[in-house]
Write a protein that binds this ligand. Structure first.
Ligand code: ADP
Ligand code: ZN
Length: 515
């Protein structure tokens, strides 16, 4: 068998060696056992089920939610002489019949189905097939704890139960611990083995720039692109409107740009994708709808124009850069405004607590003062022993200083305002600003009014967020983001605990360092 798998790798795919874990996963599957495969996008998941599928004498069912991806994979397989087909809502009734007949006659080795279709046909012709393996791609869609839950995936357990002796393989590029457990439960993979390949993409640099005003952000992005002439990149924006605005701005600056979002019709989207893949367009400004299933190896940079909603999404999106292994850059811009906006979106919706928790993690990452790669990888359960040397924090380590008095000033400001106001008001009071709100509330009478004049607004903001990250302040999203003092915060106020803060690295300093 070993020899056979190698021969297939070479003859069909043209590769000399397996990547780490691929061979182990293939061997285990051939033995008839379940596996859980967690590999980053571009890590080589497909081969893990495709090679066993070729060795089995029967059919392999591949469940995938992405119709465009399904088509691409099937085409690629067919081009290599493999008997593959797909069955989804894009088939005509006639095509459907052809596929069904071929499947029943044993003329298909790999059959790709959307979860809806699988559930729909599970009790009809699918019963007649000699199923030898089931691969569930994008398996995180099964879990409410994932970030892309799809209800139709939850019915897959019934299918699993109907095939107790057939090996199942769950594959995903994104699942934290709780999601992993949930996926195993949902799919009934009680004896599966977990395979995690390293998520560390060393060739991707990681940079975060916080609190940059819109105009400046656009200028920074423009000069970033100018310095990378003719290189491909993706700029992710939060809203459809944003993608169009940013694309138009860059177009005026003379760059090769298009926008992409789910509000465009199918043809427009497809042609933008094709132009990007063929290098006819260098830069796509897109919502997160873009990129799923796009296999382009020479994307040199990914910029996030807004804060992503969670680390899973962020990691997947930056992972679209540098698939060829060459150095590539990622830059994340964020604003407290994005954060507050998302928190409000999440309010009241399904899973809103979980979404907020994930959003908090995202913000903590953006605000972090230690190696970003360490934080990111530890989120996915992988622990680096050394700092990475390829993120903005490693390149420009923050200096820390004794910040107890500064912290006490902010905390007493919050207390004097009876814990009813947000970060902007706090800073305006500390800095002794003179605006209408301060007048209305008569905050100029407070003892803390103006005690922080010597620190700039943006530095204050940075410090207050550090205080929140250190757990001294809670931001009450449910109360218009009012700041409250935590029990540890009270200790600091009473002088029972000292605090260290780090010097803010403003985006200006960082810019000087960028070549
Ligand atoms: P994923 O599904 O994990 O995102 P794919 O299965 O699409 O990744 O593989 C990503 C790329 O890596 C593909 O171009 C694939 O051909 C290539 N690849 C997979 N396995 C190997 C290998 N053993 N050696 C070289 N290239 C590989
Ligand atoms: Zn680092």
């Amino acid at each position: 068998m070993k020899k056979q798998t190698h021969t297939l790798l070479k003859n069909i795919y043209g590769y000399e060696n397996f990547r780490p874990l691929q061979e182990e996963i293939i061997d285990r599957t051939i033995e008839g056992k379940d596996s859980f495969v967690l590999m980053p996008t571009g890590g080589g998941k497909s081969i893990c089920f495709q090679i066993p599928a070729l060795l089995f004498d029967g059919i392999t069912i591949v469940v995938s939610p992405l119709i465009s991806l399904m088509k691409d994979q099937v085409q690629a397989l067919k081009a290599n002489g493999i008997k593959a087909d797909f069955f989804n809502s894009s088939n005509s009734p006639q095509e459907e019949n052809e596929v069904i007949n071929k499947a029943i006659n044993g003329e298909i080795q790999l059959l790709y189905l959307s979860p809806e279709k699988l559930i729909a046909v599970r009790n009809t012709w699918l019963k007649q097939l000699n199923i030898k393996l089931v691969a569930i791609d994008e398996a995180h869609c099964v879990s409410m704890w994932g970030h892309d839950f799809r209800p139709e995936y939850t019915q897959l357990k019934v299918f699993r139960n109907s095939l107790p002796h057939v090996p199942f393989m769950a594959l995903t590029a994104t699942a934290d611990k709780s999601a992993r457990k949930d996926i195993e439960n949902q799919l009934g993979l009680s004896n599966s083995k977990l395979f995690i390949s390293s998520f560390n993409r060393k060739n991707l640099s990681i940079e975060v720039r916080g609190q940059v005003a819109k105009k400046k952000k656009l200028e920074e992005i423009t000069s970033f692109i100018k310095r990378r002439k003719n290189e491909s990149g993706i700029i992710y924006c939060l809203s459809r409107k944003n993608t169009e605005e940013v694309a138009n701005y860059l177009k005026k600056e003379g760059h090769s740009v298009a926008f992409y979002h789910a509000g465009m019709n199918h043809e427009e989207r497809e042609s933008t994708q094709t132009d990007f893949i063929n290098d006819d367009i260098k830069i796509v400004v897109a919502t997160i709808a873009f990129g799923m299933g796009i296999d382009k190896s020479n994307v040199r940079f990914v910029i996030h124009y807004n804060l992503p909603k969670n680390l899973e999404g962020y990691y997947q999106e930056i992972g679209r850069a540098g698939r060829d292994g060459l150095p590539s850059e990622t830059v994340l811009y964020y604003n407290m405004r994005d954060f507050v906006l998302y928190s409000q979106f999440a309010d009241g919706g399904a899973n809103s607590d979980m979404q907020k928790e994930k959003l908090n993690r995202m913000l903590q990452f953006a605000e972090a003062k230690s190696c970003r790669r360490k934080i990111l990888l530890s989120y996915f359960g992988e622990h680096l022993t050394e700092n990475c040397g390829n993120c903005d924090v490693c390149e420009n380590p923050p200096k820390d200083f004794e910040g107890t008095i500064l912290t006490q000033k902010a905390l007493s400001g919050i207390v004097r305002m009876k814990e009813k106001d947000g970060i902007t008001m706090l800073i305006n009071v500390l800095r002794g600003s003179n605006n209408a709100d301060i007048h209305t509330k008569q905050y100029f009478n407070l003892k803390t009014y103006g005690i922080g004049k010597d620190v700039s607004f943006f530095d204050w903001r940075d410090y207050v967020i550090q205080m929140a990250n250190q757990g001294l302040i809670e931001i009450m999203y449910s109360e218009n983001s009012a700041l409250k003092i935590s029990p540890i915060g009270w200790k600091v106020l009473k002088g029972e605990k000292t605090i260290r803060l780090t010097t803010p690295t403003t985006s200006e300093d960082k810019k000087k360092k960028t070549k």
